[in-house]
Design a protein around this ligand. Structure first.
Ligand code: 13P
Ligand code: SF4
Length: 369
């Protein structure tokens, strides 16, 4: 099969008005033609009309491991941009990773950029010796060049399911951590490890020296980037309180991207995979309030209903990962039909030297977790 890249707009325009029903038939036909040459990886937040086509599903850690294990020529990644970048970095050189809509980004990942992180590193150097005293830790929800920065500066990548082990690794090497871009995952993990809240300071990247005094920086154990997830910030402690009043025997489970007070008010905190596994393993007829993205919660509410489990969404408003939802059946149909016709559209290819440096930080993570 030959590969060529065709213009995104001109080519996709034809698919915009294809009905969902027609997409279903055409996706199935394209997949039948592609056979084992193509594997479809899906994150748990993916919308149901795309998730149904997944060969393999997972949280960020599981998906990065799965990407590294595939033998198929094409990996179609139904997630967001940083996940597809990780798949490209960890897969074999001859494999091609495709993100059906290039606009499927992550608003949290966009809160940290290499320019800003490098500037912070330079500013921190006015107070201490960052390369001797600080391990840079990037949440996997970040661009490949930031993973590369961590690779180059003795740092590492973490996900929501291995953050504790990664921080332990980091503190064994250097006495402080610069954690980006999600302050909430960093704070919650540090708190569970026994780090006092006053030793975790927030680095406001729009202010000189992060808005901190040299003394605050010297006293801090963790410097937390002022980033967050726009979806998870919608969940509030009062949602938990109100639900508990109505369901006194129920359990609350949240993703660690939720704010500190929500995590504290929860019975369990964990990654998307952990949330699914915890609810799956619970006894029948239990009641659950879940603080994570709506597609996941709706899916497990349906799946576990036959066991008498009541599973409810934490916020009264709709909180979806709207960027991931950009991958719709039309974009999937477009990428698969092009592949079946021998054309690659929307390839994700991390350039050098970022790919090699990022791989260093990702390999460190995979070795630790
Ligand atoms: P998980 O690694 O738990 O799947 O989380 C990814 C994510 O982006 C959550 O918002
Ligand atoms: Fe990014 Fe938030 Fe979407 Fe997760 S839910 S991919 S952190 S925007």
């Amino acid at each position: 099969m030959t590969t060529a890249t065709i213009s995104l707009d001109r080519a996709f325009g034809l698919y915009r008005n294809v009905s969902d029903e027609e997409c279903t038939a055409r996706i199935q036909a394209a997949r039948a033609k592609l056979g084992k040459s193509t594997v479809l990886l899906c994150h748990h937040y993916q919308r149901p009309d795309v998730y149904r086509y997944a060969d393999l599903t997972g949280d960020s850690l599981k998906l990065s491991r799965l990407a590294a294990q595939q033998d198929s020529r094409f990996i179609v990644f139904c997630g967001v941009h940083f996940m597809a970048e990780v798949a490209d970095i960890l897969s074999k050189p001859q494999q091609i990773v495709i993100l059906p809509d290039l606009a499927a980004g992550c608003s949290m990942a966009d809160m940290a950029s290499l320019v800003k992180v490098e500037r912070s590193w330079r500013e921190l150097a006015a107070v201490l010796d960052p390369d001797a005293e600080i391990t840079p830790v990037t949440y996997i929800n970040s661009a490949a060049d930031l993973k590369g920065f961590c690779g180059e500066h003795g740092g590492i990548v973490c996900t929501s399911s291995n953050a504790k082990a990664i921080l332990e690794w980091s503190f064994r090497r250097r006495k402080k951590v610069l954690f980006f871009p999600d302050q909430h995952l960093g704070r919650w993990t540090g708190y569970k490890m026994g780090i006092p809240l006053e030793q975790m300071v927030v680095w406001d990247f729009d202010q000189e020296l992060g808005g901190l005094t040299p003394e605050q920086i010297r006293d801090a154990k963790m410097i937390l980037w002022k980033g967050h997830c726009s979806v998870h910030q919608m969940f509030q402690p009062q949602h938990v309180e109100r639900w508990r009043a109505a369901h006194p025997k129920g359990f609350v489970i949240s993703h660690p991207e939720c704010g500190f007070e929500v995590c504290k008010a929860s019975d369990f905190v964990g990654s998307t995979e952990t949330i699914i596994n915890t609810v799956a393993a619970a006894p029948p007829n239990t009641e659950w309030l879940v603080g994570t993205e709506l597609n996941l919660v709706t899916r497990i509410a349906e799946e576990f209903k036959p066991q008498g489990k009541l599973i409810q969404f934490m916020a009264p408003t709709v909180c979806m990962c709207s960027t991931m939802a950009r991958i719709d059946p039309q974009h999937l149909c477009w990428t698969l039909e092009n592949l079946a016709a021998g054309r690659v559209v929307n390839r994700i290819e991390v350039p050098e030297p970022d790919a090699t440096q990022a791989r260093v930080a990702l390999d460190r993570m995979l070795a630790v977790s």
